[in-house]
Design a protein around this ligand. Structure first.
Ligand SMILES: Nc1ncnc2c1ncn2[C@@H]1O[C@H](COP(=O)(O)OP(=O)(O)OP(=O)(O)O)[C@@H](O)[C@H]1O
Ligand SMILES: [Mg+2]
Length: 512
């Protein structure tokens, strides 16, 4: 086959890219070109090859074959440093900030010399420069604080700010909004539009179709490592995109849940108060799915953490099926049948350097240990069954979790708890980075769990998701529950309005 003709007008132009990993052809003869000022959405199911393409375009990984041209010139021996020098800024799917450094140091990482005269880094100058970047982006984060004190969403904003600070000609964003609430997503989309107007080429990976429809000029769909199609957004409805991604007809959209009979109170929270929570009181019944809605920093994650025994409780208490746990620690909670699938899968959810199979059975050791011995056979069986249930795309169950695509790692976090027979299941952003098809699978799985009597408490920044998944919503603000809605008796518009109201007020103490 003839090599594809180069496009001299393109900001980035890759032709016939090949990349394989053990057992997977991650990219197979992929052509991909983006023009200056164009916003291109890069789409595909979990494991389709999006992040692999991104890593090649920014020099983080070398292709096995094919050519990359930047502004018309072929690049060889391409490194991230090389890519940055050519004006390519990348925000990777996995957060890569240094927790012990300040926000300013992270934003200007590797470029400290700019504000350095003698041997010392002028801290104030650094913070001023980073502060200007954040302010231009419209985000209120103190440049002096250490990154480890930030929430995941704030860290994501800092990563993006770092990309913006490079004043790139090509900006690559790999799922930049996976943990951002609506108000922050708006800021980002506005920023992208402004950059595009100035001629910056933007490559945007996301599973959120509404964002794609709002921001992209064109879409490229990958499937199983192949380029399926690139077309203008005007000719790519969401249904059409899903069809291209999955290679089949659109899976039937699931409607909201019907009412179902509920069991006893499974989780009872009374006056729970921590450094971040003020006297939170509510119940979740067996078989019920309750959603926590609220803005960034409203206390959703803190509430789940406090229930699970991760944060010190100042006042108040909880009971599981009427029994108070003996002590407040994750151990005590696990013993009572409580599980938490955390937001930060890297830090708390997974052991990246253990196999996929081992991670999947981590919380269900009793099922795979026989007479004090780990049964490899049972581990393999159980993990294979779970992988199939969640359609985790893997080469071999014995591969390290690290080798999975972002979305597939998220599925392993959930899979781990599906095997653990939890009675009260706490989930923080369970579909972060998960493709649209898999989201529906996850909703169906949680629905099944509830039908079997599990109480589910789920925090999400996507109100639409909560409306599809939950029986009841609790709206959080400033560490407290400020409102409550039965999903069957409310509308998306209603819940959005409450959220917006919160956003309006949050703007007073947050953004400029
Ligand atoms: N370092 C690696 N070692 C082995 N396999 C890998 C590695 N990186 C990616 N893969 C495999 O390559 C395939 C493509 O992964 P990639 O991360 O590009 O998917 P993706 O489209 O970004 O998915 P997601 O939406 O889940 O982020 C997957 O099957 C993945 O398991
Ligand atoms: Mg990815």
């Amino acid at each position: 086959m003839l090599p594809t003709v180069a496009r001299p007008d393109a900001a980035v132009d890759a032709t016939t890219l090949m990349k394989s990993y053990p057992g997977v052809q991650a990219l197979n003869r992929v052509d991909f070109a983006v023009a200056p000022g164009e916003v291109r959405a890069l789409l595909g199911k979990n494991g389709a090859g999006k992040s692999t393409l991104v890593r090649i375009l920014c020099g983080a990984e070398a292709p096995d074959g094919g050519t990359v041209r930047i502004a018309g010139r072929a690049v060889d021996m391409f490194t991230p440093r090389h890519a940055r020098a050519l004006g390519i800024a990348t925000v990777h799917q996995e957060l890569s900030l240094v927790p012990e450094l300040s926000v300013a140091e992270n934003i200007l990482l590797g470029r400290w010399h700019r504000s350095r005269r003698g041997g010392f880094i002028a801290r104030q100058a650094l913070e001023r420069e980073a502060g200007a970047v954040l302010a231009a982006f419209g985000v209120a984060i103190d440049p002096a604080v250490k990154v480890r004190t930030l929430s995941i969403a704030q860290q994501q904003l800092v990563e993006i700010a770092r990309g913006l600070s490079l004043q790139p000609r090509v900006l690559i964003l790999d799922e930049p909004t996976s943990s951002l609430p609506a108000s922050e997503v708006d800021i980002l989309l506005r920023t992208i539009r402004a950059l595009s107007d100035r001629g910056v080429a933007v490559i945007y990976v996301s599973h959120r179709m509404d964002e794609i429809q709002r921001i992209a000029h064109s879409v490229t769909v990958l499937r199983d490592g192949r380029h399926i199609e690139t077309r203008p957004i005007a000719h790519a409805s969401t249904a059409e995109i899903v069809r291209l991604m999955t290679g089949g007809p659109d899976a039937a959209a699931s409607g909201p849940r019907g009412m179902r009979p509920l069991g006893d109170v499974a989780l009872k929270v009374r006056g729970l108060t921590t450094a971040k929570l003020r006297s939170v009181t509510f119940d979740v019944r067996a078989g019920e799915i309750v959603g926590l809605a609220g803005l960034l920093g409203s206390g959703r994650t803190e509430l789940l953490r406090a229930i699970y025994g991760l944060d010190p409780v100042v006042a108040g208490g909880i009971a599981i099926f009427g029994r108070e746990p003996a002590g407040r620690s994750p151990r005590a909670m696990i013993r009572q049948g409580v599980g938490l699938a955390p937001e930060d899968r890297k830090k708390e959810g997974l052991v990246l350097d253990m196999s996929i199979a081992a991670n999947l059975v981590l919380a269900a050791m009793h099922k795979v240990v026989h007479r004090m011995m780990l049964s490899r056979h049972r581990q393999a069986q159980l993990s294979q069954r779970t992988a199939a249930r969640l359609s985790i795309r893997l080469a071999r169950p014995s591969d390290l979790v690290r080798t999975l695509s972002g979305g597939n790692q998220q599925k392993v976090v959930l899979g781990k708890y599906l095997n653990a027979d939890v009675k009260v299941f706490l989930l923080d952003e369970p579909t972060r980075g998960v493709d649209i098809d898999t989201k529906r699978q996850i909703y169906a799985l949680l629905d099944q769990l509830a039908a079997q009597g599990t109480a589910v408490l789920v925090a999400s920044s996507e109100v639409e998701e909560l409306m599809l998944l939950c029986d009841r919503l609790l709206l959080m603000k400033d560490g407290g529950i400020v409102d409550e809605r039965i999903v069957a008796q409310t509308s998306l518009a209603d819940v959005m309005a409450i959220a917006m109201d919160g956003a309006h007020e949050a703007g007073m103490d947050g953004r400029p």
